[in-house]
Design a binder for this molecule. Structure first.
Ligand SMILES: [Zn+2]
Length: 491
């Protein structure tokens, strides 16, 4: 294999691919007990390196420590391997962790053995790497059908692909102590499992888990297509907390506000008081329709509501993020073919001026009408918030070209970051494409750089192994290889 092919092969073993990769020689660095590793990094870098060497390979290296070059960016790192020593350099613990994730994806178990021998091969190479975006987020939903292991696997895998924020939206699945009625009683997950995962992600992986609770619409905490309602199916007597159709919370009801305050506070506390909290706020068609709410302009109701939660979280040292769509009028020609959900009858067109500037706007654009656009896709909705002074997240979904163009926009326009949404379709081959494409795009790997499908599979097995999963249904990106059927076709 010639050098170019070999370089390409090594790069395709990495998700995301590094910014620069140079194959230096034909020898191998042997990662094994007693191998020579130079760690140039911040205080505690050596401790972290020792932990990761033990966790990933079960080895103790001979470590020398030094100072990191000042030119390495915050989450960046540098690797330099020759046959007789490996240099790992990073200015932060996050960068050090990324370096070891890269090494883990590249390390090849010693050849010619029946089992792992305790030695791994690394090529003689030099890698200089850093992410393009500082906020690389994934939005994950936890449905009653979602097994804990399944979502935990995806969160851990996101960390392995160098995401650093995961927003968790519970769909009637968080076992609230303050309000058990917000969780399907027979389907509550384990608080202990969640607490352990949140702590590990924060302390060992550098991933911030951000809870979401919908404080405006989507109040059933269930997909609209199923007609289920986590509160009203279990407690029909609680109807006054909602607008008459049950879709939106009743914003003038003090009992509603008390419930929402207690629920969001419990969630934020449970998640270890992260710096962000997502309040949802999308697709709130029926807000303000009841006989009491009707006495107020809808814009005033929603604006006061958002500012209420902005203040509540500011007092807790956190910023709220919200979906953008109710801040834009759907009949406004400027947003044609893009996402805007406010109705004319709601008169919300000027409401954005009343939203505090420290609210983070999550602008979701999935690109389903982009084929109708003459000329370039310019994301005017996303840019509107950026130009009005808001920290703005570009939020794509399933379409891989939209993931790439959203990340490119975030990079070019210096947006707050990228938040990939996943909803109810995040498994199987499609998930592989979404996961890898977002990881590459958020890292700044341009041009739709390819990744080896089997690279993804190997990385996935690594996480499954870390978790100690054994059940067949827990191991793959889908529960089954073939959709199970009790009977074959009767025709
Ligand atoms: Zn109402």
């Amino acid at each position: 294999m010639d050098r170019d092919q070999l370089t390409r092969m090594f790069k395709e073993q990495l998700i995301p691919q590094p910014q620069s990769f140079e194959l230096k020689g034909d020898s191998l660095f042997k990662l094994a007990n007693g191998c020579a590793i130079q760690i140039n990094g911040p205080k505690d870098a050596q401790t972290e390196a020792v932990r990761l060497l033990a966790k990933y390979w079960g080895i103790n290296a001979s470590i020398a420590v030094g100072d990191c070059a000042t030119t390495i960016p915050s989450e960046g790192y540098c690797l330099d391997a020759t046959a007789d020593r490996l240099l790992v350099e990073a200015s932060t613990i996050s960068g050090m962790r990324h370096a070891f994730r890269t090494l883990r994806m590249m390390a090849e178990p010693e050849r010619g053995k029946g089992c792992i021998s305790g030695t791994w091969n690394l090529p003689e190479m030099k890698i200089e790497d850093a992410p393009a975006l500082s906020f690389r987020g994934l939005h994950l939903c936890v449905f009653p059908e979602t097994r804990f292991n399944d979502v935990a696997k995806k969160i851990r895998f996101a960390a392995y692909l160098k995401f650093n924020v995961v927003v968790i939206e519970f769909w009637g699945t968080f076992p609230f102590q303050s309000h058990p009625e917000l969780c399907w009683s027979e389907l509550s997950g384990s608080r202990e499992d969640w607490a352990k995962l949140i702590r590990e992600m924060r302390e060992e992986e550098g991933v911030t888990l951000v809870p979401q609770f919908n404080v405006l619409g989507h109040a059933p905490n269930s997909r609209s297509c199923t007609c289920q309602h986590v509160v009203l199916n279990q407690h029909p007597e609680m109807e006054p907390l909602f607008e008459p159709d049950g879709w939106c919370w009743c914003l003038t009801n003090p009992h509603t506000m008390k419930l929402l305050d207690e629920a969001v506070t419990e969630l934020h506390e449970f998640f270890g008081r992260p710096p962000y909290f997502h309040i949802g706020c999308d697709e709130a068609d029926s807000v303000g329709l009841c006989s009491e709410c009707r006495k107020h302009p809808v814009a005033e109701l929603i604006s006061n509501h958002i500012r209420h939660f902005r203040d509540l979280f500011a007092a807790r040292g956190a910023r709220i993020m919200m979906w953008h769509d109710m801040l834009l009028n759907r009949s406004d020609k400027r947003w044609e073919n893009y996402t805007a959900m406010a109705h004319d009858y709601q008169h919300l067109e000027d409401m954005v001026k009343t939203i505090p500037q420290d609210v983070i706007i999550a602008a979701w654009e999935y690109g389903y009408n982009f084929h109708r656009i003459q000329g370039d896709v310019t994301y005017p909705t996303t840019m509107f918030f950026k130009e009005n002074g808001f920290d703005t997240l570009a939020c794509p979904w399933r379409k891989l070209d939209v993931i790439r163009s959203s990340a490119a926009l975030a990079q070019k326009e210096n947006l707050f970051g990228l938040l990939e949404t996943t909803w109810h379709i995040f498994y199987g081959p499609e998930m592989k494409g979404m996961f890898a494409t977002t990881a590459q795009a958020a890292w700044g790997v341009g041009g739709g750089a390819s990744f080896g499908q089997t690279t993804f599979d190997r990385a996935w097995r690594t996480i499954v192994k870390d978790m100690g999963l054994k059940d067949y249904n827990d191991l793959g990106v889908s529960d089954f290889q073939v959709i199970p059927k009790t009977y074959g076709s009767l025709g």
